[in-house]
Design a protein around this ligand. Structure first.
Ligand SMILES: Nc1ncnc2c1ncn2[C@@H]1O[C@H](COP(=O)(O)OP(=O)(O)OP(=O)(O)O)[C@@H](O)[C@H]1O
Length: 321
């Protein structure tokens, strides 16, 4: 039974409200638009979906989430203290995971000195157009829209801007024609410089996700990034540990080139949620280099990114992570 076949079983009035419906291993997850419904209306629809789909062969469980009227667009900043820890890779994969969960997601590649989203999303050659003096984001094949300086300058050309210009460029990427995009993930440059401060002052993010590798030095910098967001009144959604544990492709033995467990310990020490860890894996690097985000697939790497995406969804929906 495919997702579409399941959706076709629902009465038309309910099917029209379906924002996303997926089945995996016998478990159906449906996200419905609850605009204009009162509490009774919501619970009637939820019961009808569970009843109809629950009686379908091959379905063991039905989970229904109701989304209220579309909230104002929210920004989640993805930050790190140090460069090269996998912030851009995490941003892409979180966006793809959220799009798969039915969210309308866009990415702003604010890493304007070293933009990498066009490559990660496989839309390098595209150019955004402007409408009414505002940029129109570029679509990608992964259901995620994106605006990146990488789409505006010639590939490989270095951008050597001073702080205020960099800040203005970021403004144009965020204040664009995002249409019905409800969530913007902003891939920040590493560190705590001008671009990050402009972001905090002008476009206050609803929350920040911090990425670090497990070693002490990266974690010290990650702590600084957390402090910057907290000082700016931006809640830290949590910490993600990337490049944790390397499985030898020959013998399978797990080694920890950057140490183990440091991210979780730092999160606990700072009192922020630990959102999960992503292994150091050749497959993640190779897939990313060819513009195929692992989160778009169903293997263990995709699963690791999607598990973190689920935590972010819960946070966005007002539950604990
Ligand atoms: N879990 C992982 N396993 C293997 N390779 C990874 C992993 N995460 C990221 N990489 C690779 O590490 C490199 C750096 O990742 P990425 O560009 O996402 O980091 P960044 O923190 O955004 O860097 P920058 O400071 O340049 O913005 C890339 O080649 C990427 O494919």
């Amino acid at each position: 039974m495919t997702d579409e076949e399941l959706k076709a079983r629902l009465p038309a009035a309910i099917a029209a409200r379906v924002r996303s419906l997926r089945i995996a291993e016998g478990r159906v997850t449906a996200i419905l638009d609850a605009s204009g419904l009162d509490a009774q209306g919501r619970s009637d629809i939820e019961a009808a979906v569970k009843d109809t789909l629950g009686r379908t062969e091959g379905v063991a469980e039905v989970r229904v989430a109701m989304m209220a009227d579309r909230p104002a667009r929210r920004i989640i900043a993805i930050g790190s203290g140090k460069g090269g820890v996998g912030k851009s890779t995490l941003t892409t994969n979180l966006a793809v995971a959220l799009a798969r969960a039915g969210r309308k997601v866009g990415i702003v590649d604010a890493d304007i000195y070293g933009p990498s989203q066009p490559k990660l999303l496989a839309n390098e050659g595209e150019r955004p157009v402007a409408e009414n003096d505002k940029l129109v984001p570029v679509e990608s094949r992964w259901g995620v829209r994106v605006l990146s300086m990488g789409h505006l300058v010639e590939p490989g050309r270095a951008i050597a801007w001073r702080g205020p210009m960099a800040g203005r460029a970021l403004g144009q990427l965020i204040d664009a024609q995002w249409g019905d995009t409800e969530l913007l993930l902003v891939d920040l440059p590493p560190g705590t410089g001008d671009v990050q401060l402009t972001m905090l002052q002008r476009f206050k993010p609803a929350g920040a996700v911090i990425v670090s590798t497990p070693q002490d030095l990266a974690l010290i910098d990650a702590t600084r990034a957390m402090q910057m967001f907290e000082a700016g009144g931006v809640p830290v959604v949590g910490l993600v540990e990337n490049m944790a544990g390397y499985a030898c492709p020959h013998c399978g033995e797990i080694s920890d080139p950057f140490g183990a467990g440091g991210g979780e310990a730092t999160a606990a020490e700072k009192g922020v949620p630990f959102l999960g860890r992503i292994p150091l894996a050749l497959g993640i690097r190779e897939a990313s280099d060819t513009g195929t985000p692992p989160a778009a697939g169903d293997d263990a790497h995709g699963e690791a990114f999607r598990a973190i995406g689920d935590r972010l969804v819960r946070w966005l929906d007002g539950a604990d992570t």
